[in-house]
Design a protein around this ligand. Structure first.
Ligand code: NDP
Ligand code: 8X3
Length: 256
C-alpha cells in the first residue's frame, strides 16, 4: 500500500508546490483548502501521477475536520506524512489599530486549525510508526519580532513550541516532528496579508530574490525523506537578501 501525505492548504503557495513535489514520487495525497475550483483542478492534474483525495475544508471548522478525517477512504488511511501548512497573516498595522476579528482569524487558523488536524491524524501517523512525520509551518516571525507581526508572530511561536513539545509526547512512536521556519517567500501570503493590494504585494518581493514555494517543497521533501532515525527539530531559512534590522529607539524624549 502506498504512503499517504495529508496537506492542509494545498490551493496555493507551499501546499500546492508540496502536492506537486510528492505526486512526482507517487505518494497518495489528501489535499485540503477552501477554494473548491482550485482544489479540484489540482486534484485532477495530479491524479495523472498518483491517487488524490481532495477535501474542501476550512481548518477552523472542527466538526467538518472530524467528519472528513473519520471518513477518509481506506486507501488514504496509511498516513506517513502531515504538512500543517494552512495559515495566514492579516495586516501589518500596529496592534492598537488592528481588528480583533483579524486576530481571531489568525488564532483560529494558525493555532486551532493546526491542532485539529494534528490531534485527529495522530493515531494514523502513530499506526504508521517509524518513518512517519509531521512538518508544521512555523515562521521566522515565531522568534524574531518585527513591527506589525504581533498576533501572526505569536501564532508561529505557538507552532514552534507545540512542535517541540509534541516530539516529547511521541517518543517511542517513531513519528517525527519538524517546525519549518521560513523567512521571505513569494506566494499569495502577502496578497492575503495586504488585503489584495497587488502593488504592495509586488513591492514586497521586488529585487529581493525571495524563496519560492518550490524551494520550500524541496526542503519539506528532504525533511520527510530523512532516514527514519533522524528528526529535523527546527529549520529556519531565509533568502540571502534578507537579514535583521537593528533595534528601534524612541528619541522623542530628548531635551529640546
Ligand atoms: P498562501 O497564501 O499561498 O497559501 C495559504 C494556504 O492556506 C492556501 O492554500 C489557503 O487555502 C490555506 N488556508 C488559509 N486559511 C485556511 C483555512 N481557514 N482553512 C483551510 N485552508 C486555509 O501562503 P503560503 O503558501 O506562503 O503559506 C503557507 C504557510 O506558510 C502559512 O502557514 C504561512 O503562515 C507560512 N509561512 C509563509 C511564509 C511566506 O513568506 N510566504 C514564510 C513563513 C511561513 P484556501 O484559501 O483555499 O483555504
Ligand atoms: C512569513 C514571513 O517575515 O512575513 O511568515 O513574517 S514574515
Amino acid at each position: 500500500m502506498t504512503s499517504t501525505l495529508f496537506i492542509t492548504g494545498a490551493t496555493s503557495g507551499f501546499g500546492e508546490a508540496c502536492a506537486r513535489r510528492f505526486a512526482r514520487d507517487g505518494w497518495a495525497l489528501v489535499l485540503t483548502g477552501r477554494r473548491e475550483a482550485r482544489l479540484q483542478a489540482l486534484a485532477e492534474e495530479l491524479s495523472a501521477y498518483t491517487e488524490v483525495h481532495p477535501l474542501v475544508l476550512d481548518v477552523r471548522d472542527r466538526q467538518a475536520m472530524e467528519q472528513a478525517i473519520a471518513g477518509l477512504p481506506e486507501k488514504f488511511t496509511r498516513l506517513r506524512g502531515l504538512i500543517n501548512n494552512a495559515g495566514l497573516a492579516l495586516g501589518t498595522d500596529p496592534a492598537p489599530r488592528c481588528s480583533l476579528d483579524d486576530w481571531e482569524v489568525m488564532v483560529d487558523t494558525n493555532i486551532k486549525g493546526l491542532l485539529y488536524s494534528t490531534r485527529l491524524l495522530l493515531p494514523r501517523l502513530i499506526a504508521y510508526g517509524r518513518g512517519a512525520g509531521i512538518v508544521n509551518l512555523g515562521s521566522v516571525a515565531g522568534h524574531w519580532p518585527y513591527p506589525g507581526s504581533h498576533v501572526y508572530g505569536a501564532t508561529k511561536a505557538f507552532v514552534r513550541q507545540f512542535s517541540l513539545n509534541l516530539r516529547n509526547d511521541l517518543v517511542g512512536t517513531g513519528v517525527r516532528v519538524t517546525d519549518l521556519e521560513p523567512g521571505l517567500c513569494e506566494s499569495e501570503f502577502s496578497l492575503v496579508r495586504f488585503g489584495g493590494d497587488r502593488e504592495r504585494y509586488e513591492a514586497t518581493y521586488a529585487g529581493a530574490e525571495p524563496i519560492q514555494p518550490e524551494d520550500i517543497a524541496e526542503t519539506i521533501h528532504w525533511i520527510l525523506n530523512q532516514p527514519a532515525h533522524i528528526n529535523i527539530n527546527t529549520l529556519e531559512l531565509m533568502p540571502v537578501s534578507q537579514t535583521w534590522a537593528g533595534f528601534a529607539i524612541d528619541r522623542s524624549r530628548s531635551a529640546s
